[in-house]
Ligand binder design. Sequence first.
Ligand SMILES: Cc1cc2nc3c(=O)[nH]c(=O)nc-3n(C[C@H](O)[C@H](O)[C@H](O)COP(=O)(O)OP(=O)(O)OC[C@H]3O[C@@H](n4cnc5c(N)ncnc54)[C@H](O)[C@@H]3O)c2cc1C
Length: 501
Amino acid sequence: MKTEYDHIVVGGGSAGCAVAARLAEQPGARVCVIEAGPSDADLRVKVPFGLVHLLGSDRRNWKRQTVPMAAAGERRVSVPRGRMLGGSGSINSMVWFRGTRADFDAWQVPGWDSDTVWAAFDAVEARMTPARLPHPHPLSEAFGAVFAANDPGAPPTPERQSAGVFHTNMRNGARWSAADGFLRPSGAEVLTGAEVDHVLFDGLRATGVALRDGRKILARGGVVLSAGSIESPMILMRSGIGPGADLRAAGIDVRLDAPGVGANLHDHPGFGLHFKGRGSGYGLTLAQLPAWAVAPLQWLALRSGRLSSNTVEAGAFYGLGDSDVPEIQTHFLPFLMGWQGRAIIWGAGYFADVCLCQPRSRGALRIGADRYAPLIDLNLFGDDRDLDMMVAAVARLRAVLDRADFGARRAPEAFPGRNITGDALRETIRTRAGTAYHPVGTVALGGPLGPTGAVKGVQNLWVADASVMPRITSANTNAPSMMIGWQIGGHVAAAATRKAA
Ligand SMILES: Cc1cc2nc3c(=O)[nH]c(=O)nc-3n(C[C@H](O)[C@H](O)[C@H](O)COP(=O)(O)OP(=O)(O)OC[C@H]3O[C@@H](n4cnc5c(N)ncnc54)[C@H](O)[C@@H]3O)c2cc1C
């Protein structure tokens, strides 16, 4: 390993891999990606169903948690984040959505309008080749068919266009992450097992990074933070860039008082209905044991079978009332999932959730006495209207599920139970809802960042990951994170070319 490069990218996740590819395109560029976690060389990463095991891994998941959140019943909720090459994109369900054009136009940041962003998605998709999940469960097909079948003559609405079996970033039945699509072909040098503590500066110019083990690595052209929505603001704050009073209280010298760092944290709140019944979806039953036993061979030989399921096989977007913009996203999983603390329980069934596409609640991420333990406050349901919409969305989802042609596989609602409605449902959602695992917004474009992703007030330092979204996209955030890496990587490369000229 060298100790000086042209550019350092901190974090080899969904965005960081795209940044590295863009930087390494420059002739002769020396680019180093520094990743805290291990490589992604593990069969559980490649096998789509392996994500169920990875979510329990201490080595490959940061396993963050929120602080107790007042409006959500003083509860902590889990904030899983991938900790290896590919980042959260190595433990995610690989569902592929750009978001809507209106999402990006609403950012109102120069260079991030929907036309520009759409062209960047085209470039990203040329490498990631998303496609319809090849072997969905019949329940997943039946769920999507509700939207097509009930109103065949109606004009296309957002929910009708995107309802059904999801597109995923898999290739040949295996996970195809940003590490596969961008990093490995790039030729960038990769350092794994190396956790960045803070950015090094000469005055206000970033010159490299210091690792937690004390090593220093320098970058002549600059540093790009792609450590994700939780860790990128933490690295900034440990480097003295953040809310001044918090930094001083944590014993950190203030380099730049930037109150926007860590602010604006938000995520898609999500609440799931669990259905359990004999002969229903995938699950652990005596009758299904033979199928589970042959599943590894089936995947290895044919790349099919239940292990080729990404779990989140299907879903839909819909508005409430007369709205024709997507307000709610449902993820449909043809699996029985536990609702009493354990992910896997005996029985068969399926699961469908409601997630708010555009939550109004905003929280914050702060640094405390332990500078490596982020204080994550999503402030779930801090705005009451989010809870109102969730209650209405569950009623709508139940009606959709009633119309699905599940045949003999239909199962009764085991949690929260069909009799739970109105105020009881509202209280259940408030005290049981989690998120879709899409935290964003903590180092926003137009806030601490200029439109190219450069940190305002210092030189040679950029942020490129999901944290830069001023407002969350209306669907899953992996594809947008890669697009952000691609775009900001391009800006950093262009700045380097200008300097060299
Ligand atoms: C369980 C789960 C399921 C999901 N399912 C989907 C889905 O199906 N579809 C979808 O679109 N989105 C999904 N998402 C969300 C999506 O994966 C993320 O939005 C996206 O991966 C974020 O990309 P990122 O580049 O911002 O961060 P990440 O991909 O998380 O990358 C950050 C990287 O930085 C590294 N890092 C952090 N701190 C340091 C440090 N100090 N030093 C060095 N390296 C560091 C991390 O280890 C990680 O590799 C899911 C997320 C999770 C957790």
